[in-house]
Design a protein. Structure first.
Length: 248
């Protein structure tokens, strides 16, 4: 395959990966606390491309565009009021810590509820952790709970615990897990207590805006179409060259 067609095909593959990522962001545009994924582009350089030989354009035909890695945009989404005493939002950096099936998980989605036994849990039934590693156990009287800005939970004047809100020095310390949760990649790196505020009766929106997603979708589709045309041009040039050689 000639360098033009090879570069176009590599670019098309990268755009398809971007399209899959964008589709997932758009699907979660209304998911509370969702953090959108982005792509980081780079060049794949083969062993042959490391030599001085090029195709005359200054770039080796073995150097192709590709998506090196994905990264997560942790910027805060807009906060909106719900007037539900079991809804919480974090203003600033940090994540709610919850007891997942195989260890501590982290989330920005504070749409909590009470279990049949009165434990504060996520919508998936994971108990919300306190600073001491315990859970928030309500007294079962049906009286509403109050949450202070530092995460301290109070019911009928009794302190039930302080919600654990953690932050991390490096965004790369976290990785996504399904259902809008994150987990620590390296369990030896302990999180830090966040100085963010916990707001009761509010929820955080997804930071994947549908308007921005629609614009990016059109841009990616146009790029894909241009690369497809470039690939067709390369095929036409190859066919023309073969026909000319046949005439000779």
């Amino acid at each position: 395959m000639d360098s033009l067609s090879l570069t176009a095909a590599s670019g098309m593959r990268a755009r398809m990966e971007s399209l899959e990522m964008l589709a997932n962001n758009l699907a979660n545009a209304s998911t509370g606390g969702y953090k959108s994924d982005r792509e980081f582009y780079g060049l794949y350089v083969s062993a042959e491309a490391r030599g001085p030989e090029t195709d005359g354009s200054g770039a080796s035909p073995d150097t192709q565009p590709n998506i090196e890695k994905h990264w997560t945009d942790y910027s805060q989404g807009a906060l909106h009021s719900t007037d539900n005493t079991l809804d919480f939002a974090i203003s600033g950096r940090g994540f709610f810590a919850v007891n997942g099936p195989s260890g501590t998980l982290y989330t920005r989605n504070g749409n909590f509820s009470l279990s049949p036994t009165g434990v504060l849990t996520t919508g998936d039934g994971y108990a919300v952790r306190t600073r001491s590693g315990a859970t928030i156990q309500t007294n079962g009287t049906g009286e509403p709970i109050q949450v202070q800005r530092d995460g301290t939970v109070v019911q009928e004047g009794q302190t039930l615990g302080q919600i654990q809100v953690d932050t991390f020095n490096e965004a790369a310390d976290l990785n996504k897990r399904g259902l809008n949760y994150f987990y620590r990649i390296d369990s030896t790196k302990a999180p830090q207590a966040a100085s963010a505020e916990v707001l009761q009766g509010k929820l955080e929106n997804s930071n994947a805006g549908p308007a921005e997603g629609a614009v990016r979708l059109v841009s990616i589709m146009r790029q894909f179409e241009m690369l497809q045309k470039a690939m067709n041009i390369g095929a036409d040039m190859n066919r023309h060259a073969i026909e000319e050689v046949a005439k000779v």
